[in-house]
Design a protein around this ligand. Structure first.
Ligand code: PMP
Length: 378
């Protein structure tokens, strides 16, 4: 089937794999071994990757902590800040449409005394900076707002939120897992203190990611041990994975502008053809404040499961991979105000580096045929 589920995960780019191979074979050293060449070489490869990750964010190398992925990065950011400072500040502000790795972490912290405000987005999926401003309290520790949403692709007003958090002296964390490599990010300009990312969303390997921790911010480690990563994340470094993440960032940064234009065109072609040819369809999420390669479309009157099963020539999803095992309609779409039946009849199409215009043409033909067949009761 044609793969249009890049927000769930991306294939490994061959160039990334090539960069990783030596570190999976002959160069197997432990980056913490200081007594021989095997260790020195691994440490140097990690240092290069750290620069590459820092560069795509406008950060410095010392501000990058390697982790096992965005789930761990989100946990470290929120739990680490709460454990370090939560004695005096126990209020956290986040958004109802965050990824579960943020929402469930907040829920966990509530059991340990945190008080969490969950902001509701408007019907386009956006929150406005004033909502954050109004929710601030004297004991607010941290604001966590995702950069771009995994289901609808909506991009939150990060720069405005960052600036108001900085003025208020409140930590600002953003889960940028879906944004890194797709839109330009500058942690200085946006006044971001903590940022989570994951390699497998940008053509790198699964099971590796990073947390940007702005200089001067102290977090409590969630994994104790050999004090790797300046004590913030113990555990022998995943050298091949980290090398792959670094190269994935470098490639994405180099190709971002061109890819963004190309994918916007393909995404719009897909959207326009479906919206114009099919009655009772709607696009979910803000039309312009959005990732270039994501679209989420409701097919009114159809049964979501039946539609998904009938689209056998496409690999697409009806929400995030983490929750698509459940029959519940997407909580993100429900937060936008969609009724259950429409939320259930929605499909996320996410395009990527290896999507061609032939793929999109085939997808359009297939969707139009399947939808009219179901609607005609055939
Ligand atoms: N946050 C967002 C916005 C995501 O889309 C994902 C992946 N579904 C994650 C966090 C979790 O990332 P990882 O798979 O690296 O743990």
């Amino acid at each position: 089937p044609i793969y249009l589920d890049y927000n769930a995960t991306t294939p490994l780019d061959q160039r990334v794999l090539d960069s990783m191979m030596p570190w999976l074979t002959g160069n197997f050293g432990n980056a913490a071994s200081r007594t021989h060449l095997y260790g020195w070489e691994a440490a140097e490869a990690v240092a290069t990757a750290r620069q590459q990750v820092a560069r795509i964010l406008g950060a410095t190398e010392k501000e990058i902590v390697f982790t096992s992925g965005a789930t761990e990065s989100n946990n470290l950011a929120l739990k680490g800040a709460f454990e370090a400072l939560g004695a005096s500040r126990k209020h956290i502000i986040t958004v109802a449409t965050e990824h579960k790795a943020v929402l469930d972490t907040c829920q966990h912290l509530e059991a340990f005394g945190a008080e969490v405000t969950y902001l509701l987005p408007d019907s386009d999926g956006l929150i406005c900076p004033e909502q954050v401003q109004d929710a601030l309290r004297p004991d607010t520790l941290l604001v966590s707002v995702m950069y771009a949403n995994n289901e609808i692709g909506v991009i939150q007003p990060i720069i405005e939120i960052g600036s108001l958090c900085r003025k208020a002296g409140v930590l600002f964390h953003t889960d940028a897992t879906q944004a890194v490599g797709k839109v330009p990010i500058d942690v200085q300009h946006a006044a971001i203190d903590l940022l989570s990312l994951s390699a497998h969303k940008l053509y790198g390997p699964k099971g590796v990611g990073a947390l940007y921790v702005r200089k001067g911010i102290s977090l409590t480690a969630q994994l104790d041990g050999g004090r790797h990563e300046r004590g913030l994340r113990s555990g022998t470094l995943n050298v091949p994975g980290i090398v792959g993440l670094g190269v994935a960032c470098a490639l994405a940064q180099k190709e971002l502008a061109k890819e963004s234009t190309r994918l916007t065109e393909l995404r719009n072609t897909l959207e326009n053809n479906l919206i114009n040819s099919l009655l009772n369809t709607q696009i979910n999420g803000h039309r312009t404040q959005r990732l270039p390669q994501t679209t989420n479309i409701s097919f009114g009157g159809l049964d979501g499961e039946e539609l998904l099963m009938s689209l056998h020539r496409l690999a697409v999803s009806n929400g995030s991979a983490c929750t698509s095992a459940s029959v519940e309609p997407s909580f993100v779409l429900k937060a936008l105000g969609l009724p259950d039946d429409l939320a259930h009849a929605s499909i996320r199409f996410s395009l990527g580096r290896f999507t061609t215009s032939e793929d999109i043409d085939l997808a359009i033909g297939h969707i139009l045929e399947v939808v009219s067949r179901i609607r005609n009761g055939a």
